[in-house]
Design a binder for this molecule. Structure first.
Ligand SMILES: [Zn+2]
Length: 301
């Protein structure tokens, strides 16, 4: 009998360990214990902070920003990422987004937006002034329709607040652009002395159109998953970032990020993070200091 009890209790312990490991590998979660790399440029302890999370959605973009309980989402990964993102946001008790932005109507940016629209309250939904006939785009329009919401087109140079952070629209493409990537909404987010530049998949053609005086930023979300069509040397000189983040999938068919872009970043001594290598990348700032945490996951398949 004693031996049987021992076997049962060993079994229970094994099950508990098993469950623990299962949760360890749960996709895109926000558990402090699982952060496997912590780069403390200067630990941010202030309660007033801007958090910018580059969520690991493989070969796609999804970036969550939060300040003072106000949330903004830039892109929502591919179609299959929708439910995972919804789960991730619900776990953080997010119920309302002040702003949701689809930078441009390609699947790897707007794929999961229909799920986000269905599951959360969204105060303002921004996309560029472009219509495509893909099912993915129609799904987004249908989801908006179901909630009696409409799509708004932001104006270049418009600014709006996300809590105490300021968001400036630097560029919005129109239907005249033949390349949908170049319709990308480009945003700069500033929180006191720290700023972030988000260029979607815009190419050098758009980079050259941007107003140079707006560009200097602490953190650059590298354009178009590190494609050589974006991030040329002159642009990088003007942005002059300390950090760069590339949202890119493991072994992707496009061979992103391109070596030329990686070399340019390296030659400018820019510390570069990649979602394919680092997983989800969370940058926290109090407006002066920056803390960077990364969480490797197995969602990249
Ligand atoms: Zn893309």
């Amino acid at each position: 009998m004693k031996k049987k009890k021992k076997i049962i209790s060993s079994f229970i312990i094994l099950v508990i360990i098993g469950i623990f490991y299962l949760f360890q590998n749960y996709p895109i979660q926000n558990n402090q214990d699982n952060i496997n790399k912590r780069i403390e440029e200067a630990p941010v302890t202030a309660e007033e902070r801007l958090e910018v999370t580059f969520i690991d959605v493989g070969q796609a973009d999804s970036i969550l920003l939060e300040n003072e309980g106000h949330y903004m989402l830039i892109d929502a990964g591919n179609n299959e990422d929708g439910p995972k993102l919804v789960n991730y946001f619900k776990k953080q008790n997010i119920s309302n987004f002040d702003y949701v932005i689809g930078t441009h109507p390609h699947e790897d940016h707007i794929g999961g937006l229909d799920d986000v629209i269905e599951n959360f309250n969204i105060e303002t939904f921004y996309m560029p002034d472009v219509i495509t006939t893909t099912k993915t785009f129609e799904d987004v329009l249908d989801a908006l329709g179901e909630k009696n919401m409409s799509l708004s087109i932001p104006k270049t140079n418009a600014t709006f607040k996300l809590g105490d952070a300021t968001v400036k629209v630097l560029y919005v493409g129109t239907e005249e652009e033949r390349d949908l990537n170049n319709t990308s909404i480009v945003l700069k987010v500033t929180y006191q002395n720290i700023s972030f530049l988000f260029t979607g998949d815009a190419s050098t053609k758009v980079e050259e159109k941007l107003n140079k005086s707006d560009l200097q930023s602490t953190v650059l979300k590298v354009g178009h998953h590190g494609s050589s069509t974006a991030t040329n040397e002159e642009f990088l000189n003007t942005v002059n970032p300390q950090y760069a983040v590339i949202s890119v999938g493991v072994d992707n068919q496009y061979e992103h990020p391109h070596t030329t872009v990686l070399n340019t970043l390296a030659s400018h001594n820019i510390t570069t993070y990649r979602t394919d290598q680092d997983g989800t990348i969370k940058i926290i700032t109090d407006g002066t200091n920056i803390e960077i945490n990364t969480l490797k996951t197995d969602t990249n398949g």
